[in-house]
Design a protein around this ligand. Structure first.
Ligand SMILES: [Fe+2]
Ligand SMILES: [Fe+2]
Length: 349
Protein backbone atom coordinates (compact mmCIF):
# COMPACT_ATOMS: atom_id res chain seq x y z
CA UNK A 1 0.00 0.00 0.00
CA UNK A 2 1.23 3.49 -0.82
CA UNK A 3 0.86 6.56 1.29
CA UNK A 4 -2.02 6.69 3.73
CA UNK A 5 -4.06 9.85 4.22
CA UNK A 6 -6.33 11.08 6.98
CA UNK A 7 -9.23 10.47 4.62
CA UNK A 8 -8.23 6.81 4.19
CA UNK A 9 -8.39 6.33 7.95
CA UNK A 10 -11.78 8.07 8.21
CA UNK A 11 -13.14 5.86 5.40
CA UNK A 12 -11.83 2.76 7.17
CA UNK A 13 -13.53 3.84 10.43
CA UNK A 14 -16.73 4.34 8.49
CA UNK A 15 -16.51 0.78 7.16
CA UNK A 16 -15.63 -0.69 10.58
CA UNK A 17 -18.65 1.04 12.14
CA UNK A 18 -20.99 0.05 9.32
CA UNK A 19 -21.40 3.58 8.00
CA UNK A 20 -21.78 5.49 11.26
CA UNK A 21 -19.03 8.05 10.61
CA UNK A 22 -19.69 11.54 9.28
CA UNK A 23 -18.40 11.49 5.74
CA UNK A 24 -21.17 13.62 4.28
CA UNK A 25 -21.95 16.84 6.15
CA UNK A 26 -25.23 17.09 4.24
CA UNK A 27 -26.52 13.97 6.00
CA UNK A 28 -25.71 15.52 9.38
CA UNK A 29 -27.52 18.73 8.47
CA UNK A 30 -30.53 16.67 7.49
CA UNK A 31 -30.43 14.86 10.83
CA UNK A 32 -29.75 11.55 9.10
CA UNK A 33 -26.81 10.46 11.25
CA UNK A 34 -28.17 9.20 14.61
CA UNK A 35 -24.62 9.05 15.98
CA UNK A 36 -24.31 12.81 15.90
CA UNK A 37 -25.63 13.40 19.40
CA UNK A 38 -25.56 16.29 21.83
CA UNK A 39 -24.60 15.41 25.38
CA UNK A 40 -25.94 17.80 27.95
CA UNK A 41 -26.50 17.93 31.69
CA UNK A 42 -28.36 21.21 31.14
CA UNK A 43 -25.47 23.16 32.61
CA UNK A 44 -25.40 26.42 30.64
CA UNK A 45 -22.75 26.44 27.91
CA UNK A 46 -21.45 22.95 28.71
CA UNK A 47 -23.15 20.77 26.11
CA UNK A 48 -21.08 19.03 23.46
CA UNK A 49 -22.13 17.49 20.18
CA UNK A 50 -20.42 14.27 19.15
CA UNK A 51 -19.61 14.15 15.46
CA UNK A 52 -17.99 10.80 14.65
CA UNK A 53 -15.30 11.52 12.11
CA UNK A 54 -12.70 14.16 11.34
CA UNK A 55 -12.80 17.07 13.80
CA UNK A 56 -9.70 18.95 12.74
CA UNK A 57 -7.08 18.52 10.03
CA UNK A 58 -6.62 18.17 6.31
CA UNK A 59 -8.25 15.01 4.88
CA UNK A 60 -5.44 14.82 2.33
CA UNK A 61 -2.65 14.97 4.94
CA UNK A 62 -0.30 11.99 5.07
CA UNK A 63 -0.51 9.66 8.06
CA UNK A 64 2.58 7.76 9.18
CA UNK A 65 1.80 7.59 12.90
CA UNK A 66 -1.55 7.37 14.66
CA UNK A 67 -2.15 7.94 18.38
CA UNK A 68 -5.06 6.06 19.95
CA UNK A 69 -6.38 8.12 22.85
CA UNK A 70 -9.42 7.81 25.10
CA UNK A 71 -9.85 11.45 26.09
CA UNK A 72 -8.04 14.23 24.27
CA UNK A 73 -6.09 16.42 26.71
CA UNK A 74 -3.24 18.90 26.57
CA UNK A 75 -0.95 16.04 27.67
CA UNK A 76 -2.10 13.94 24.71
CA UNK A 77 -1.57 16.84 22.31
CA UNK A 78 1.91 17.51 23.70
CA UNK A 79 2.85 13.84 23.57
CA UNK A 80 1.55 13.54 20.02
CA UNK A 81 3.59 16.54 18.88
CA UNK A 82 6.70 15.23 20.64
CA UNK A 83 6.46 11.71 19.18
CA UNK A 84 5.79 12.54 15.53
CA UNK A 85 2.08 11.71 15.50
CA UNK A 86 0.06 12.84 12.46
CA UNK A 87 -3.42 11.77 13.55
CA UNK A 88 -5.06 11.31 16.94
CA UNK A 89 -8.03 8.95 17.12
CA UNK A 90 -9.98 9.89 20.27
CA UNK A 91 -12.85 7.92 21.74
CA UNK A 92 -14.60 10.47 23.94
CA UNK A 93 -16.26 13.48 22.33
CA UNK A 94 -14.12 16.54 21.82
CA UNK A 95 -15.18 19.98 23.03
CA UNK A 96 -13.35 23.05 21.82
CA UNK A 97 -10.82 24.36 24.36
CA UNK A 98 -11.99 21.85 26.98
CA UNK A 99 -10.03 19.06 25.32
CA UNK A 100 -7.15 21.29 24.31
CA UNK A 101 -5.91 22.87 27.51
CA UNK A 102 -8.28 25.82 27.52
CA UNK A 103 -7.20 27.20 24.14
CA UNK A 104 -9.10 26.82 20.87
CA UNK A 105 -8.44 23.45 19.21
CA UNK A 106 -7.67 25.00 15.85
CA UNK A 107 -4.84 27.13 17.20
CA UNK A 108 -3.22 24.35 19.21
CA UNK A 109 -3.62 21.45 16.76
CA UNK A 110 -2.83 23.73 13.82
CA UNK A 111 0.44 24.79 15.44
CA UNK A 112 1.51 21.15 15.74
CA UNK A 113 0.04 20.01 12.40
CA UNK A 114 -2.15 17.42 14.11
CA UNK A 115 -5.34 15.93 12.72
CA UNK A 116 -7.96 14.61 15.15
CA UNK A 117 -10.80 12.16 14.72
CA UNK A 118 -13.46 11.36 17.32
CA UNK A 119 -15.45 8.14 17.48
CA UNK A 120 -17.59 7.53 20.53
CA UNK A 121 -21.19 6.22 20.53
CA UNK A 122 -20.65 5.21 16.91
CA UNK A 123 -18.11 2.65 18.16
CA UNK A 124 -20.18 1.28 21.04
CA UNK A 125 -21.93 -2.04 20.60
CA UNK A 126 -19.76 -3.17 17.67
CA UNK A 127 -18.02 -6.01 19.52
CA UNK A 128 -18.82 -8.22 22.55
CA UNK A 129 -15.45 -7.55 24.24
CA UNK A 130 -16.71 -5.94 27.44
CA UNK A 131 -18.69 -9.06 28.31
CA UNK A 132 -15.82 -11.30 27.21
CA UNK A 133 -13.28 -9.51 29.40
CA UNK A 134 -15.63 -9.89 32.36
CA UNK A 135 -15.91 -13.63 31.72
CA UNK A 136 -19.31 -14.09 30.11
CA UNK A 137 -21.03 -14.19 26.75
CA UNK A 138 -24.16 -12.06 26.52
CA UNK A 139 -27.29 -13.79 25.22
CA UNK A 140 -29.38 -10.66 25.72
CA UNK A 141 -28.27 -7.08 25.08
CA UNK A 142 -30.42 -4.02 25.72
CA UNK A 143 -29.38 -0.46 24.90
CA UNK A 144 -32.46 1.25 26.39
CA UNK A 145 -33.57 -1.04 29.18
CA UNK A 146 -36.72 0.16 30.92
CA UNK A 147 -37.18 2.70 28.12
CA UNK A 148 -34.13 4.72 29.27
CA UNK A 149 -31.98 5.64 26.23
CA UNK A 150 -28.40 4.45 26.70
CA UNK A 151 -29.30 2.22 29.67
CA UNK A 152 -27.23 -0.76 28.56
CA UNK A 153 -27.82 -4.19 30.06
CA UNK A 154 -26.24 -7.53 29.22
CA UNK A 155 -27.45 -10.87 30.45
CA UNK A 156 -24.79 -13.49 29.85
CA UNK A 157 -23.69 -17.01 30.57
CA UNK A 158 -20.29 -17.57 32.13
CA UNK A 159 -17.43 -18.66 29.89
CA UNK A 160 -16.27 -22.26 30.54
CA UNK A 161 -13.08 -21.15 32.30
CA UNK A 162 -14.97 -18.86 34.70
CA UNK A 163 -16.54 -20.79 37.55
CA UNK A 164 -16.48 -18.49 40.56
CA UNK A 165 -16.56 -14.82 41.52
CA UNK A 166 -12.83 -15.08 42.23
CA UNK A 167 -12.26 -16.26 38.65
CA UNK A 168 -13.88 -13.04 37.35
CA UNK A 169 -11.55 -10.90 39.48
CA UNK A 170 -8.45 -12.93 38.57
CA UNK A 171 -9.36 -12.76 34.89
CA UNK A 172 -9.77 -8.98 34.94
CA UNK A 173 -6.57 -8.48 36.96
CA UNK A 174 -4.66 -10.66 34.50
CA UNK A 175 -6.10 -9.12 31.31
CA UNK A 176 -5.76 -5.54 32.59
CA UNK A 177 -2.20 -6.18 33.77
CA UNK A 178 -2.93 -5.03 37.31
CA UNK A 179 0.20 -6.70 38.71
CA UNK A 180 2.42 -4.57 36.47
CA UNK A 181 0.49 -1.44 37.44
CA UNK A 182 1.09 -2.31 41.10
CA UNK A 183 4.83 -2.71 40.43
CA UNK A 184 4.99 0.66 38.67
CA UNK A 185 3.05 2.27 41.50
CA UNK A 186 5.35 0.76 44.11
CA UNK A 187 8.40 1.96 42.18
CA UNK A 188 6.94 5.46 42.11
CA UNK A 189 6.15 5.32 45.82
CA UNK A 190 9.74 4.30 46.54
CA UNK A 191 11.22 6.98 44.26
CA UNK A 192 8.99 9.64 45.80
CA UNK A 193 9.50 8.42 49.37
CA UNK A 194 5.73 8.52 49.81
CA UNK A 195 3.48 5.52 50.33
CA UNK A 196 0.33 7.61 49.98
CA UNK A 197 0.41 7.75 46.16
CA UNK A 198 -2.59 6.17 44.43
CA UNK A 199 -3.19 5.34 40.78
CA UNK A 200 -6.57 4.75 39.13
CA UNK A 201 -6.21 1.28 37.66
CA UNK A 202 -4.95 -0.07 40.99
CA UNK A 203 -7.22 1.97 43.28
CA UNK A 204 -10.30 1.21 41.15
CA UNK A 205 -9.50 -2.41 40.27
CA UNK A 206 -12.17 -5.09 40.14
CA UNK A 207 -13.51 -6.36 43.44
CA UNK A 208 -16.29 -8.42 44.97
CA UNK A 209 -18.82 -6.39 46.97
CA UNK A 210 -21.28 -9.18 47.81
CA UNK A 211 -20.21 -12.83 47.96
CA UNK A 212 -17.07 -14.87 48.56
CA UNK A 213 -14.39 -15.61 45.95
CA UNK A 214 -15.41 -19.31 45.94
CA UNK A 215 -19.07 -18.55 45.19
CA UNK A 216 -20.13 -20.18 41.89
CA UNK A 217 -21.16 -18.05 38.90
CA UNK A 218 -23.46 -19.14 36.13
CA UNK A 219 -25.62 -16.33 34.76
CA UNK A 220 -24.50 -12.72 34.91
CA UNK A 221 -26.38 -9.45 34.76
CA UNK A 222 -23.90 -6.83 33.56
CA UNK A 223 -24.86 -3.18 34.00
CA UNK A 224 -23.32 0.29 33.80
CA UNK A 225 -24.66 2.35 36.70
CA UNK A 226 -23.93 5.75 35.13
CA UNK A 227 -26.31 4.94 32.28
CA UNK A 228 -29.30 4.99 34.64
CA UNK A 229 -29.67 1.38 35.77
CA UNK A 230 -31.85 1.49 38.90
CA UNK A 231 -32.78 -1.00 41.65
CA UNK A 232 -36.22 -1.29 39.96
CA UNK A 233 -34.47 -2.28 36.72
CA UNK A 234 -32.57 -4.88 38.73
CA UNK A 235 -35.84 -6.29 40.12
CA UNK A 236 -37.27 -6.53 36.62
CA UNK A 237 -34.17 -8.13 35.12
CA UNK A 238 -34.09 -10.77 37.86
CA UNK A 239 -37.81 -11.42 37.34
CA UNK A 240 -37.22 -11.86 33.60
CA UNK A 241 -34.15 -14.06 34.19
CA UNK A 242 -34.42 -15.76 37.60
CA UNK A 243 -31.25 -17.72 36.80
CA UNK A 244 -29.18 -14.55 37.22
CA UNK A 245 -26.90 -15.22 40.21
CA UNK A 246 -24.33 -12.46 39.82
CA UNK A 247 -24.52 -8.75 39.06
CA UNK A 248 -21.48 -7.05 37.52
CA UNK A 249 -21.25 -3.26 37.35
CA UNK A 250 -18.49 -1.83 35.19
CA UNK A 251 -17.20 1.39 33.65
CA UNK A 252 -18.67 3.37 36.56
CA UNK A 253 -18.31 2.22 40.17
CA UNK A 254 -20.77 1.72 42.97
CA UNK A 255 -19.92 1.55 46.66
CA UNK A 256 -20.95 -1.22 49.05
CA UNK A 257 -23.88 0.85 50.38
CA UNK A 258 -25.21 1.86 46.94
CA UNK A 259 -28.93 1.00 46.48
CA UNK A 260 -28.09 -1.33 43.56
CA UNK A 261 -25.71 -3.37 45.71
CA UNK A 262 -28.09 -3.41 48.66
CA UNK A 263 -30.94 -4.59 46.41
CA UNK A 264 -28.79 -7.30 44.80
CA UNK A 265 -27.90 -8.61 48.27
CA UNK A 266 -31.58 -8.58 49.30
CA UNK A 267 -32.34 -10.62 46.18
CA UNK A 268 -29.62 -13.12 47.14
CA UNK A 269 -27.39 -12.22 44.21
CA UNK A 270 -23.62 -11.69 44.26
CA UNK A 271 -22.24 -8.29 43.25
CA UNK A 272 -18.94 -7.53 41.53
CA UNK A 273 -17.53 -4.21 40.38
CA UNK A 274 -15.52 -4.93 37.25
CA UNK A 275 -13.34 -2.72 35.11
CA UNK A 276 -13.44 1.01 35.75
CA UNK A 277 -13.69 3.62 33.01
CA UNK A 278 -9.93 4.14 33.41
CA UNK A 279 -9.14 0.95 31.45
CA UNK A 280 -11.48 1.56 28.52
CA UNK A 281 -8.40 2.07 26.35
CA UNK A 282 -7.81 -1.66 26.73
CA UNK A 283 -11.46 -2.63 26.30
CA UNK A 284 -12.34 -0.58 23.24
CA UNK A 285 -9.29 1.07 21.72
CA UNK A 286 -7.00 -1.97 21.62
CA UNK A 287 -9.43 -3.81 19.30
CA UNK A 288 -9.76 -0.72 17.09
CA UNK A 289 -5.98 -0.25 17.05
CA UNK A 290 -5.64 -3.87 15.93
CA UNK A 291 -8.04 -3.17 13.03
CA UNK A 292 -6.02 -0.14 11.93
CA UNK A 293 -2.77 -2.09 12.25
CA UNK A 294 -4.22 -4.79 10.01
CA UNK A 295 -5.66 -2.39 7.45
CA UNK A 296 -2.68 -0.02 7.35
CA UNK A 297 0.43 -2.12 8.00
CA UNK A 298 2.79 0.74 7.17
CA UNK A 299 1.27 3.10 9.72
CA UNK A 300 2.71 3.12 13.23
CA UNK A 301 0.09 2.91 15.97
CA UNK A 302 0.79 4.36 19.40
CA UNK A 303 -1.49 3.70 22.38
CA UNK A 304 -1.72 6.76 24.60
CA UNK A 305 -2.10 5.08 27.97
CA UNK A 306 -2.98 7.40 30.82
CA UNK A 307 -1.65 7.04 34.33
CA UNK A 308 -3.35 9.37 36.78
CA UNK A 309 -1.76 9.65 40.20
CA UNK A 310 -3.06 11.08 43.43
CA UNK A 311 -0.26 12.34 45.62
CA UNK A 312 -0.51 14.33 48.85
CA UNK A 313 0.44 17.97 48.31
CA UNK A 314 3.37 17.77 50.69
CA UNK A 315 4.91 14.94 48.63
CA UNK A 316 4.33 16.48 45.18
CA UNK A 317 7.30 17.90 43.28
CA UNK A 318 10.46 18.55 45.29
CA UNK A 319 11.66 20.96 48.00
CA UNK A 320 12.57 23.67 45.50
CA UNK A 321 9.19 23.45 43.80
CA UNK A 322 7.34 23.58 47.11
CA UNK A 323 9.38 26.67 48.10
CA UNK A 324 8.32 28.21 44.78
CA UNK A 325 4.66 27.35 45.47
CA UNK A 326 4.86 28.81 48.97
CA UNK A 327 6.45 32.02 47.70
CA UNK A 328 3.81 32.55 45.00
CA UNK A 329 1.03 31.74 47.43
CA UNK A 330 2.29 33.90 50.30
CA UNK A 331 3.53 36.88 48.28
CA UNK A 332 0.81 37.13 45.63
CA UNK A 333 -2.22 34.95 46.20
CA UNK A 334 -2.98 34.67 49.89
CA UNK A 335 -2.80 38.45 50.59
CA UNK A 336 -5.64 38.88 48.11
CA UNK A 337 -7.55 36.02 49.72
CA UNK A 338 -7.40 37.74 53.09
CA UNK A 339 -8.37 41.09 51.50
CA UNK A 340 -11.30 39.33 49.85
CA UNK A 341 -12.12 37.71 53.16
CA UNK A 342 -12.20 41.10 54.86
CA UNK A 343 -14.43 42.47 52.12
CA UNK A 344 -16.75 39.53 52.40
CA UNK A 345 -16.72 39.97 56.16
CA UNK A 346 -17.64 43.64 55.79
CA UNK A 347 -20.40 42.79 53.35
CA UNK A 348 -21.84 40.30 55.78
CA UNK A 349 -22.09 42.80 58.60
FE1 LIG B 1 -16.89 4.10 25.43
FE1 LIG C 1 -15.89 5.92 27.85
Amino acid sequence: MGEVTVSDIVQALDRITGGRVVTDVGRVAAGLNPFVVTKSSDLPGKAVTETPGLIHGDPAAKVRTIAMVMTLTESAIELAAATGVDLLVAHHPIADASNSGGVPLRNYLGLYGLAVVELHEAFHGLHPGIAYLHGHAAFRTEVRYGGVPGNIMFVGRRLPEVKTLGDIIDRLDRLMGVQREIEVLEADRRASGCDQIHETSVAARARILVGEPERPVDTVLHVFPHTGFSPEHLDNAVREHPEIDTVIASISRVARDHPLVVRAEELGRAFVVGNSHAVELYENWMPLARCLEELFPNVKILMFKERMFAIPYEACGNDALRRYATRMAEDYLLPRASEGGEQLGRMAT
